[in-house]
Design a binder for this molecule. Sequence first.
Ligand code: SF4
Length: 319
Amino acid sequence: MKPTLKVYLCSPRGFCAGVVRAIDTVERALSLYGAPVYVRHEIVHNRYVVESLRAKGAIFVEELEEIPQTDAPVVFSAHGVPKAIPSEAERRNFFSLDATCPLVTKVHREAEIHFKRGREIILIGHAGHPEVVGTLGQLPAGAVSLIETVDDVASFVPKDETKLAYITQTTLSIDDTKEIVRALKERFPKVAGPHKEDICYATTNRQLAVKKVAHLVDAMVVVGSPNSSNSQRLREVAEREGCPRAVLVQRASELDWSMFEGITRLGITAGASAPEVIVEEIMGAFAEHYELSVETVTAAEETEFFPLPRPLRQVTAAE
Ligand code: SF4
């Protein structure tokens, strides 16, 4: 007889509205214009999603220079791009479709407004992440400085501390970011910030659900890719909230069963770019080893929906 395992399924988990929009953009472009559709960078950070779109005719590149002269659509990923990229696409007469999440675009607009008001901008985020590269690239070099930790706040030297503003990456840890913002405000009381957090609703809700579950379980499985910022944060949040073992996996085949020996309670969640079909695959794998009883733990209801990029919307409406 199989041992029993109580599974707590975090809700919300998996795809957010920005990811759905980005994937739909590529799929819609493929069905309207046919293959190939070029996509700059992984459309979202998930190998399964990327491979599925590749099988349908999407060609993924890291830079525009890898794309030959073409009439085929060129899609920019959900993470956003530096301003130089759409300019280069225009120069090369590409038919570009911008799948940047509207909540990332909102941060780009905030940066522009601060810049117009003569403020030096601090971006709280992770160096090298494509969203950070895109946000830094909205303004001339030197206009935005990246801060990753509370220690960075202490060593930051502003040009004029009365003219400072901060913005953040959308997929950070809520708790870490609070600490950094607190340190910033302590050191620079006049720093301007967003009216409401730049961390998006999806990141926030997925972390809140993990917090509700982490202390109830012996282990937590986070479905997501290692290069997915919000998935990595979910694993960290689980550990910090007292879950003894938290692991990030892309597929059931990556599960290390020795890690789950003797557990009786398991939490499962998925990053915003991870499809539900992989969560089902993981549940199926556990069901082979254990007798499961499943309970969903809900932290928030989500109803967000973002319409497709305008060129696709117009074609859709005309049909
Ligand atoms: Fe947009 Fe947030 Fe989803 Fe990123 S995680 S695509 S910012 S909704």
